[in-house]
Design a protein around this ligand. Structure first.
Ligand code: GLP
Length: 245
């Protein structure tokens, strides 16, 4: 595991964009795993800037979402598919239909989870971006999620719903259910890049990187993956006992 500590969130986003740029430019058919959340917004903004100012092309990219809320309308602006289209896909030269995700409108959500699991496995994700929740979740794998879990319907914790309320209009409640790739699904990607910024992530980062591998901290599963880069700002790194590069 390589840990990079940047001076600021902006600098961390550049480090992540460098990794994405190299991957997108070198893979013949890049299958890119995308996360959502505030941390990713800075990464997406930097990728959009590189597209418009430096010609970074996403034309060959197929992108796969980690997770999606259930119980939102198809055109809800807080649905992750719409967020990723608004902040990245619609601002670069990704082909139509190049952003894939679980379909929360499916009549049979169990079958939809199995379909998306197959689709992600067959795509063979080359680079998977990940954020981390303050409780150590990755995607929507909340504490207690089995380390060998596959794509499935999950209940969101109160902490995650409270943390994510800022992405919904005032007065709207955050859905209580989502479809998420499992920890095992995520682990099948060739390379993982975990990004965390801010002091509120420091404890989860320290437990994920330096604590025991446990279902109680889903991000600790990354310790078992052969190719992981962790990109932090200095506040998110502040709970680490070991020093990083
Ligand atoms: C959501 C997403 C996660 C993401 C997390 C962190 O819960 N499902 O994939 O890692 O948010 O988001 P933020 O960067 O906003 O802290």
């Amino acid at each position: 595991m390589r840990v990079v500590v940047s001076e600021s969130g902006t600098a961390a986003a550049q480090v992540v964009a460098d990794l994405v740029e190299r991957f997108v430019a070198s893979a013949p058919r890049p299958a890119l795993g995308l996360a959502t959340g505030k941390t990713m917004e800075a990464v997406f903004a930097e990728l959009v800037r590189r597209h418009s100012e430096q010609g970074l092309s996403f034309a060959r990219v197929q992108a796969y979402l980690l997770d999606e809320y259930l119980d939102l309308d198809h055109d809800d602006q807080s649905a992750y598919r719409n967020v990723v289209h608004r902040l990245l896909g619609g601002r670069v030269d990704m082909g139509p239909g190049a952003i894939h995700g679980p379909n929360p409108q499916a009549l049979d959500v169990t079958a939809e989870c199995a379909r998306y699991e197959r689709q992600v496995r067959e795509a063979s994700i080359g680079l998977q971006l990940l954020g981390i929740g303050a409780n150590g979740h990755i995607a929507f794998n909340e504490p207690g999620s089995p380390l060998d879990s596959a794509t499935r319907v999950v209940e969101l914790s109160e902490q995650t719903r409270a943390d994510n309320a800022r992405f919904f209009p005032a007065g709207r409640s955050v859905p209580s259910r989502a479809i998420t790739q499992g920890i095992s699904t995520i682990g099948a990607a060739a390379r993982l890049v975990l990004v965390a910024c801010g002091e509120h992530k420091a404890r989860a980062v320290a437990r994920a990187l330096e604590g025991p591998v446990t279902a109680e901290i889903p991000a600790s599963a990354l310790q078992r993956h052969p190719r992981v880069a962790v990109v932090l700002d200095r506040w998110a790194s502040s709970g680490l006992a070991r020093s990083a590069s």
